[in-house]
Ligand binder design. Structure first.
Ligand code: FES
Length: 365
């Protein structure tokens, strides 16, 4: 019902029973609150990236956005103390014949304060220069008492090859040395709530994943990922990283923005027990979904099988295997070969075509 630009939200007594709820006034989404019998009506879209304030929670007189927890005063719409000028519209309301009416005409204006740009929030254009190789080791160990890691040893052999044979710059990221939070499921709230830079990176400037994002998205042309096999799967740190990379894949889903262009992935999988094909297959699917390319024969692997419980021997085999270390060097060479060809491809319009254009858009959470 529209009474002289006043929208009827419903029975005031009924509406007062919920501390915070989302209501519609025409096409306006509102956050309606009621504390101690006193209503407040502010706009329902958060200043950050549009989270539904009416579906949030109340903290005193502040509405807490359910997506990334920005706060706005439930009556005035002003941001939390210190951020008052970051405000959402506040609406006039009144009760008439037991009904709660709101006017969308007399709303205050929205104001967004400029927020400092996150360092990762920039163009993904490749910096000029020779090919660059990053290795990501996902194995876990006590850094104070290191052990020989078969996957990491092969990765180091491949990186040495890049430096010694090809005179290229390399970097090695050991995930175990980074402090970072597991994905907290912003995508599960809404695809729009999973942002680039990652919501966690934006809230935590010391987020260790920044090193992975910086090297994977911006710096490297070749990414070598090494993992042990743990109970038939890649390491738990690998999956912790993979979940945090949903922010990269989600940019394709949301904006058709392919952030990993012309980048090549090579995989190193070793395990005291088997399941090489499943581990490598999962990793190939994942990095393929991020937009990475693979060389011919994209992984090397080693396992002595299900019954090989004598792990010391497993370590010795990898340590002394010329074939495996040569394989790591050859994997690196294949990755570089493809990366070089991608950099000099004469048909960029084809390789840069977005997935939405080809009808392939989808998300793998
Ligand atoms: S805090 Fe509201 S959308 Fe991010």
């Amino acid at each position: 019902m529209n009474d002289d630009k006043w929208y009827d939200l419903g029975d005031a007594a009924e509406l007062s029973k919920q501390p915070l709820q989302q209501v519609m006034a025409g096409r306006n989404k509102l956050a309606l609150s009621c504390v101690d019998g006193k209503f407040g009506v502010i706009h329902g879209s958060c200043n950050h990236v549009g989270g539904p304030l009416g579906q949030g929670t109340l903290e005193g007189d502040y509405v807490v956005c359910p997506w990334h927890h920005w706060k706005f005063h439930r009556v005035t719409g002003l941001g939390e103390p210190g951020y008052e000028d970051d405000r959402v519209p506040r609406f006039e309301f009144k009760t008439k014949n037991g009904r709660l009416l709101v006017s969308t005409a007399a709303a205050t204006s929205r104001n967004r304060l400029p927020h400092a740009r996150h360092p990762l929030d920039r163009d993904t254009q490749r910096e000029p220069g020779p090919l660059r190789v990053v290795g990501i080791s996902t194995t876990i160990m006590d850094n104070a008492h290191p052990r020989y890691s078969t996957s990491e040893a092969l990765l180091e052999t491949a990186l040495e090859q890049a430096r010694n044979k090809h005179s290229l710059e390399t970097r090695l990221i050991k995930l175990r040395e980074l402090s970072f939070r597991a994905c907290e499921g912003y995508y599960s709230k809404s695809a729009q709530a999973c942002t680039w830079p990652c919501s966690i990176s934006q809230m935590d400037r010391k987020d260790g994943m920044n090193e992975v994002y910086e090297n994977l998205v911006f710096w490297a042309d070749v990414v070598l990922v090494a993992t042990p096999i743990r109970w038939g799967a890649a390491s738990s740190l690998y999956f912790k990283m993979a979940e945090r990379l949903n922010t990269v894949q989600n940019q394709i889903t949301l904006r058709n923005r392919v952030m990993l262009k012309d980048k090549v992935a090579g995989l190193i999988v070793t395990g005291g027990q088997d399941n090489v094909q499943a581990v490598a297959g999962q990793m190939m699917l994942f990095f393929g979904e991020l937009g990475m390319q693979f060389p011919q024969f994209p992984f090397i692997a080693h396992s002595r099988g299900w019954t090989a419980e004598d792990m010391e021997r497993n370590v010795e085999v990898v340590r002394q295997s010329r074939e495996l270390h040569d394989g790591a060097r050859a994997l690196l060479d294949r990755c570089l070969d493809l990366a070089a060809r991608l950099q000099t491809s004469s048909a960029p319009e084809f390789k840069r075509a977005g997935r939405k254009a080809s009808g392939l858009e989808r998300n793998v959470p």
